[in-house]
Design a protein around this ligand. Sequence first.
Ligand code: CAA
Length: 365
Amino acid sequence: MSTSTNERPLSGIASIGLHLPPLAMGVEELARLRGEDPDKFTIGLGCKAMSLCPPDYDVVELSVVAAERALSRWGGDRDRIGLLAVGTESALDMSRPLSAWVAERLGLQGSIRSYEVKHACYGGTLAVRQATEWRMAEANQGRAALVIAADVALYEQGDPGEATQGAGAVAMVIDEPEVALIEPHSFPWSEPVFDFWRPVGEAFPRVDGKLSLECYKRAAERCFRALVGQQDPEQVFADFTAFCFHVPFPKMVLKAVQRVGTFFRWDPERIATFFAEKVSPTMAWNRLSGNSYTASLWISVANALQGLQLGERVAAFSYGSGFGAELLTLKAGPKAISGAWEKDVVTDLANRQFVDAAAYCALRA
Ligand code: CAA
């Protein structure tokens, strides 16, 4: 793939690494523990399992394993990394960026810009955009960026969000668009609200669940309206092989698709077909890992990119409470077809252990 156009250098994902932690629990087991009907979690929310971290296994560990995988697949010299950005809402410190812990473990230091990005689940996408724009602006001086989206999502025990918990990390080297070109133009939308937030010093988020659902749907509608603009919606949507969304829980994504489809006057059958063919398959790994906040959208994007032919397009809708949203579009590069990063998820899923309710309670104690 060529490295530049006459106007500006192309920028995109050169390699991907993923990591899911070594423990998990099925949501039906959680339903038994909480005295809920399992169908509420499996059918009502569309969840299957949630990834969990053992004691002393944190967001740094998740980030480092994903990053090592992405760097080794990229194959470049680590001296070529000029920017390290970690998007997370699982920060360890109010001042010291998570990237400093990650950089220590990866041996990255010196002439490198290293920082953390926070905007709830949107932080990873912001980091991707910043790295992309850094490269497109030629501020990179020939160097590549390492972007990591990583989180451990836990709610207070018994909280309505508990069944949607999860954890995971996606690392991407932003360089030549070997896996996917990130198209220059994106479609943001933000509104200042309190739908989901975690005051300083509190361990778990406060959530206005119903408001958060409405904000997510409104943001999706606004971003897709901006994508279509004055064009023929049929042609715009037909141009994409897959549509990825931030996945707090799979039913949320269905609700957003219904909202977008209704805006474009699709009938219920059209919406159902679109969801089944172009959206639902991208959530195969999310269903098994649960919500991993910043990593959630990028787990779906990684799933959608594997096996694509050169030039096939993917849309990626990012949502972070507070709220900020952005719709990105990507175009598969020559290495998408190999889907090499699938191995990370297959390995982690094969190696992880399912805990029962008693072990889960012990973990949370
Ligand atoms: N069988 C089948 N379905 C059932 C059922 C049963 N026995 N019992 C309930 N259901 C269905 C309900 O009908 C409902 O479906 P619909 O919305 O389609 O009607 C669904 O299960 C959920 O039921 P409730 O609405 O009663 O659920 P709840 O109020 O207990 O909690 C929630 C739902 C508010 C979303 C909660 O999971 C939550 O607070 N989650 C955290 C916030 C969140 O994820 N928000 C999403 C947007 S914000 C965001 O994206 C940021 C982020 O990552 C957190």
